[in-house]
Design a protein around this ligand. Sequence first.
Ligand code: ZN
Ligand code: ZN
Length: 143
Amino acid sequence: MAGIAEGVEVSGGCLCGALRYRLTGPSRRVVQCCCKDCQKATGTGHTTIIAVHRDQLSLDGTPQTFTNEGDTGGKVTRHFCGTCAGRIYTSGDLPGDIILVQSGSLDDPNIISPEAVIYMKDAVAWDRFDPDLPQFEAMHSRV
Ligand SMILES: [Zn+2]
Ligand SMILES: [Zn+2]
């Protein structure tokens, strides 16, 4: 089981604790994204995100947001703490009201593990991935 099972509730939040959330399974996908925007937004080689329906995230606190245009031309909004800048989730023009929760914001990130790597075309040379994971040059079936 790489994602969050149906009915399982997990908790998470930002670095300073101003934003706290509960996330209820099932998750749809867990992917590592290497796109340029994820690199800039996280300051790392890639980000690991959990795709869920919007209603599955219950957030306490009011995040700040930043919106730009994603690789496929749709609007992408990143939600983060205005105090510590910790990222919580990303929303946008995704089908089915899907949002992407930052797995590192979970209180126990080890409860999930990635299922695929996307945007390999942008991956930096020094990043390393599990060779058993399927890799995709760009978006894979739009998580
Ligand atoms: Zn914070
Ligand atoms: Zn990305």
